[in-house]
Write a protein of this length. Structure first.
Length: 73
């Protein structure tokens, strides 16, 4: 069982006037990268993840697999 290749995890809708800029902070906790495995447990697998915001991309690495004991609800 493998998770989706792309998933929306955070967003914030803002309004900008022409030429205006704003700083937006989005938090992405590690458990937002988790998916439900074949045993119904939340899992985050070791490996590389690509974080994309608009046309900017960043690699992040999960150093070990984690499985939560709480089943999917």
């Amino acid at each position: 069982l493998s998770p989706d290749v792309r998933r929306l995890r955070a967003f914030e809708k803002i309004e900008l006037q022409p030429g205006e800029t704003k700083k937006v902070v989005l938090k992405l906790p590690a458990n937002d990268l988790a998916f439900v495995n074949e045993k119904g447990k939340w899992t985050i697998e070791e490996g590389d993840f690509r974080l994309q915001v608009a046309n900017q991309t960043q690699q992040i690495r999960c150093m070990k697999t984690k499985i939560w004991e709480t089943p999917n609800r």
